[in-house]
Design a protein around this ligand. Structure first.
Ligand code: BGC
Ligand code: ZN
Length: 364
């Protein structure tokens, strides 16, 4: 079968022929991959800055955002049946007994670092024609989400963030919703992670602002407006202006991966605020930040700063539900997130050329 692979040692990226996987165990599910999404992580892997092939392979098949159709199941599989649409989770547990998170199917909190991630670290990914996976990593998707279900994996970033926010706001007496001034949320960044996060915040009843470098009239800003969020231009305002524009900000959702945006925005987070960070910055020289102000406010305003990576199965299930709601509420905006579709023949170029909101590779 065909697949897009990176060869780190020779710094090549090309279509390869790879053996088609087969159902071996009673809990295996075989899927025909219909679509795979391209994200920043794929671009880092194809710049040879990140990612790792399986131990016994010179190459890594990339792709970790996939929609497939189930075509064959092992004898014990109950979660899905042939003909079902499904998405796949990304991270697989480490082998160590002492890793309580992995032993409890929460490898997104793995403590040893020996987890693997399909298409990223140590196991092949989904930018290929067929995948076999254990049913515990396969999540069924309703037919009506066929066109947009490839967005489920990026949406799980917001779902895990929401799970963290639920835990972190338990420290406050009462419900955030009792006080409307507590319901101001700012999303930093208007890429797919930011925009899907904004949709999730709107469903949660937040007054939602999206702060980004994108220009008015761009596809990203049009999505912001179409879903009923408010746009704040980063070209016109430094992040330290955010509180002047919004008022008390109780939640920030960082999706730019830019350190100066992170710390600038953090310096104006509101009272009892929660700052959730999802973007991974490139390494480089130290940057200047207003460290005293940030530290002072963190203490005097009871701030919580929470990083989040990867997502558990429950977040995938919640993403299926939320994507359904998004499609009932603002279908055109959800569809507008997918700004290009290419074939596997053109996948290499699609991965290497950033642009638009979300690029998708159509495979099956
Ligand atoms: C993926 C996550 C993964 C992370 C770090 C992201 O692009 O969505 O599943 O844990 O990269 O490798
Ligand atoms: Zn990704």
């Amino acid at each position: 079968m065909r697949a897009l692979a990176v060869f780190p040692s020779s710094r090549e990226i090309r279509l390869i022929d790879h053996p088609e996987p087969v159902v071996q165990r009673p809990t295996d599910v075989k899927l025909r991959i219909l679509e795979a999404g391209v994200c920043g992580t794929d671009r880092e892997i194809t710049s040879f800055e990140y990612g790792m092939p399986p131990a016994d392979s010179a190459y890594l098949i990339i792709g970790h955002e996939a929609l497939g159709e189930v075509i064959e199941v092992g004898g014990d599989v109950t979660a899905v049946a042939p003909g079902d649409l499904a998405v796949l989770t990304v991270r697989r547990p480490c082998p160590h007994e002492r890793c309580t998170p992995c032993r409890h199917s929460r490898q997104d909190f793995c403590i040893t670092g020996d987890f693997t991630e399909r298409g990223i670290k140590g196991i092949h990914g989904y930018m290929t024609e067929f995948v076999v996976e254990d049913e515990q990593y396969v999540v069924k998707v309703p037919r009506e989400l066929r066109d947009v279900a490839v967005l489920i994996e990026p949406l799980t970033v917001a779902e895990k963030a929401a799970e963290q926010v639920r835990v972190l706001t338990q420290r406050l007496p009462g419900d955030l919703k009792n006080d409307p001034s507590n319901l101001n949320a700012v999303v930093l960044g208007a890429g797919p992670i930011g925009l899907l996060g904004a949709m999730k915040l709107l469903r949660g009843g937040f007054n939602t602002w999206v702060y980004s470098m994108d220009k008015p009239g761009s596809p990203n800003v049009r999505v912001v407006e179409d879903i009923g969020a408010q746009f704040i231009s980063a070209a016109e305002h430094p992040p330290t202006d955010l509180a002047k524009i919004v008022g008390n900000i109780s939640l920030m959702y960082e999706a730019t991966g830019i350190a100066t945006v992170f710390f600038g925005a953090l310096s104006v987070l509101g009272v009892n605020g929660v700052f959730i960070s999802t973007g991974v910055p490139a390494m480089g020289e130290p940057v200047e930040i207003d460290a005293r102000r940030i530290m002072r406010n963190a203490v005097l305003d009871n701030h919580v700063i929470c990083g989040t990576v990867n997502a558990g199965r429950a977040s995938f299930e919640e993403a299926v539900d939320d994507l359904g709601w998004f499609m009932r509420t603002f279908p055109a905006a959800v569809r507008a997130l997918i700004t290009s579709r290419s074939t596997l023949d053109d996948a290499r170029e699609a991965v290497l050329t950033p642009g638009g909101v979300k690029s998708v590779i159509t495979i099956g």
